[in-house]
Design a protein around this ligand. Structure first.
Ligand SMILES: Cc1cc2nc3c(=O)[nH]c(=O)nc-3n(C[C@H](O)[C@H](O)[C@H](O)COP(=O)(O)OP(=O)(O)OC[C@H]3O[C@@H](n4cnc5c(N)ncnc54)[C@H](O)[C@@H]3O)c2cc1C
Length: 458
């Protein structure tokens, strides 16, 4: 029986070797492995995996095509719902979405849907298809931000015949995919740039180094430049800090700044002279994917690297796979530990982090048990750099330069389930609406907004 076959393991770089380089950790399946893994799928009548995918990829159908080795057909099926399968196959939290709903996972191991999506996505990148550019419908839409929300919205609108221009504040297109998630999880040239190229081939135009709210405004785009609608997918790039003493010392960074220097400014590449300092020992505060990316990057840049997290391992919000990889690479985890003060020397540089031990109390509003300080448990972790990975919020710039764009008290743009905002013709989606979330949720929001924009303009 198909479900008697064990889940096909995926090849990975040796942990001791990969902890010293920035090449991709996971090497993916080959055709033989992918078809064998695909053969485990039961092709359920009621595919719970598909219902759990925020963009509704026809998972059983693409896996059926893969079972018989028809990778081209599998790629066409995925392309109906996702323009970024190589990216999503690598970074989606499949364990809580498609794979988390797979019936095989109830008593055993779910089908490796993410690794199969990645295999098919990569195959398409090596075997590009002539893009079908839709006939123009004469209408123009501006997209603010080139992260997954903006890219998904732009692709769908271009396929419907809209003339789409994406305005991006940075000099490179891709949002967190290029400035946040490191090369060893998501290769930039081999994967991100190629999937973005497939969006460009649909006719989408990109204008980089344009800050909406400064270089242009939503008003000027609509009133002077003739855009009929605007989609705002400007993400949540504003880092949070703890507000503890010593946070302004040299050597305290937000994870966003650290990762931007490492990724976008290519500190990982010896050919670039990027200013970045890791010293001997780096402490990263936080337990999400961003914290894992920062700590593993610090390790690869030559530091001893430690995670400090105030709850226990069971509450870590990062993907299980990322925590597992970090441990294999020799990252130290100090759980139930909360920083209270950053220590520095007379020259103003970090020398250590004062912490207290915590224990878990009753569950809070989020359902997670609240950490409570243990009296008299102070201790110091010696370090040269402290990286804060405590979450982010939307940059208030766009909303502050435009009338009638309602935001909530967390600074997120208020939009309905289809992305419509308080301002007619302006739609929004992704992290700027939800706060920091995931790639696939941002893509799902971009797709819904594209549909709503089409209905609004027709
Ligand atoms: C380090 C890190 C690791 C992560 N790991 C994962 C993971 O493993 N899996 C996962 O699913 N999710 C992960 N996430 C979260 C995920 O990347 C985000 O949820 C997703 O990228 C949000 O997409 P978005 O399009 O809404 O915003 P973004 O990707 O943030 O893109 C927004 C874009 O808008 C641009 N912009 C902002 N303001 C303006 C302006 N005024 N004018 C013009 N352009 C502007 C920004 O420069 C940016 O390029 C991670 C996030 C980080 C930071």
């Amino acid at each position: 029986m198909a479900n008697k076959i064990p889940r096909v393991p995926v090849r990975e770089q040796n942990p001791a070797v990969r902890a010293t380089n920035f090449e991709e950790v996971c090497l993916g399946y080959n055709l033989e492995e992918a078809t064998l893994e695909a053969s485990r799928c039961l092709n359920c009548k009621n595919p719970r995996c598909m219902a759990a995918c925020p963009v509704g990829i026809k998972i059983p159908q693409f896996i059926e095509a893969l079972k018989v080795g028809d990778v081209a057909a599998a790629a066409d099926i995925i392309a109906q719902d996702s323009s970024l399968p190589s990216i999503c196959g690598r970074v989606c939290p499949q364990e809580s979405q498609c794979e988390g709903s797979c019936i095989l996972g109830i008593k055993g191991e779910s089908v490796a849907i993410g690794k199969l999506e990645r295999y098919v996505g990569d195959w398409r990148l090596s075997n590009p298809k002539e893009a079908e550019v839709a006939a123009s419908n004469g209408k123009k839409v501006a997209v603010v931000g080139s992260g997954p929300a903006g890219l998904a919205c732009a692709s769908d609108l271009a396929k419907m015949g809209y003339s789409v221009t994406v305005f991006e504040a940075l000099h490179e297109v891709g949002g967190v995919l290029v400035y946040g998630i490191p090369e060893f999880r998501l290769p930039k040239k081999g994967v991100v740039a190629k999937e973005i190229e497939s969006v460009r081939r649909l006719g989408v135009k990109f204008e980089t180094d344009v800050i909406v709210g400064r270089t242009v405004t939503i008003d000027s785009l609509m009133d002077e430049e003739g855009f009929d609608a605007v989609f705002v997918g400007s993400g949540a790039g504003l880092p949070r800090f703890m507000g503890i003493e010593g946070e302004n010392l040299n050597g305290v960074l937000s994870a966003n700044e650290f990762l931007t220097r490492a990724n976008l400014m290519r500190a990982y590449d010896e050919q670039y002279d990027t200013p970045i300092y890791v010293g001997q020992r780096v402490v990263v505060v936080g337990g999400g994917n961003v914290a894992m990316d920062a700590v593993r990057t610090a390790k690869r840049l030559g530091a001893e690297a430690t995670i400090v997290y105030r709850r226990s391992e069971a509450e870590l919000p990062a993907r299980v796979e990322e925590v597992h990889h970090a441990k294999e690479e020799g990252i130290e985890f100090r759980m139930l530990t909360n920083p209270t003060r950053v220590l520095g020397n007379e020259q103003g540089w970090v020398t250590g982090l004062n912490c207290v031990e915590m224990e878990l109390g009753e569950p809070d509003a989020s359902g997670r048990r609240s950490p409570i300080e243990k009296a008299g448990s102070d201790f110091t972790v010696a370090c040269d750099v402290v990286i804060m990975a405590l979450g982010t919020s939307p940059n208030p710039l766009i909303a502050s330069t435009t009338d009638n764009l309602e935001t909530n008290r967390r600074g997120c743009i208020v939009a309905d389930e289809n992305g419509a905002t308080s301002r007619p013709g302006v739609f929004a989606g992704g992290d700027t609406v939800t706060g920091a979330a995931t790639v696939i949720l941002a893509m799902g929001a971009g797709r819904k907004a594209a549909k709503a924009i089409d209905e609004y303009l027709r």
